[in-house]
Design a binder for this molecule. Structure first.
Ligand code: SF4
Ligand code: SF4
Length: 164
């Protein structure tokens, strides 16, 4: 809630003004009141005045850094993100066919002519949905950069973070 600034006639009966809060509004009110010839006491509970504005140096620096990163692909003119597709570890694959059965895009297949049977991703058709990886009984499938070891490491790090 903002108190209205007293008129000049009222000011004659008031020795000083107390402004509570050293944010932008409080500082501006204090300056306005001093311009009217009043003695102003500005009270701020924190150690510095400026309120939210005092944090803007960090915000602007972070925004500049983000803008700088965004400019890198823009400067190239185009970007080619690496697609996320499934990858079969032939060492772990037992050729059970579960991935082929459940893939909603028919993007993973087993060549019946080749022995032993191994699944193979048709990368042009794979949408990276992860259904095959979830169905694989031997965990032979990972999703691009999201390897099982990487996901386990992230879960372990999260557990340490929350003290589990
Ligand atoms: S990630 Fe999805 S689309 Fe790709 S092979 Fe596996 S189930 Fe099929
Ligand atoms: S589900 Fe796993 S083990 Fe079975 S064929 Fe596919 S990749 Fe191989």
């Amino acid at each position: 809630m903002h108190a209205s600034i007293p008129t000049s006639s009222a000011l004659k009966t008031v020795g000083a003004v107390l402004v509570v809060g050293g944010g932008v509004a409080g500082v501006q009110a204090a300056l306005d009141l001093t311009e009217l010839g009043l003695k102003v006491y500005l009270v701020e509970k924190s150690g510095a005045i400026g309120g939210v504005m005092a944090r803007l140096d960090k915000t602007i620096a972070q925004a500049q850094a983000a803008a700088g990163r965004a400019c890198q692909p823009l400067a190239k003119g185009s970007i080619s993100p690496e697609p996320i597709v499934s990858h079969v570890d032939a060492e772990l694959c037992i050729g059970c066919g579960a991935c082929e059965t459940f893939c909603p895009y028919k993007a993973i297949t087993i060549d019946k002519e080749v022995k032993p049977r191994k699944a193979q991703t048709l990368t042009a058709s794979c949408k990276g949905c992860g259904v095959c990886a979830a169905r694989c009984p031997t965990m032979a499938i990972d999703m691009g950069r999201f390897t099982l070891e990487g996901i386990r490491a992230q879960i372990a790090a999260f557990g340490r973070e929350i003290g589990v």
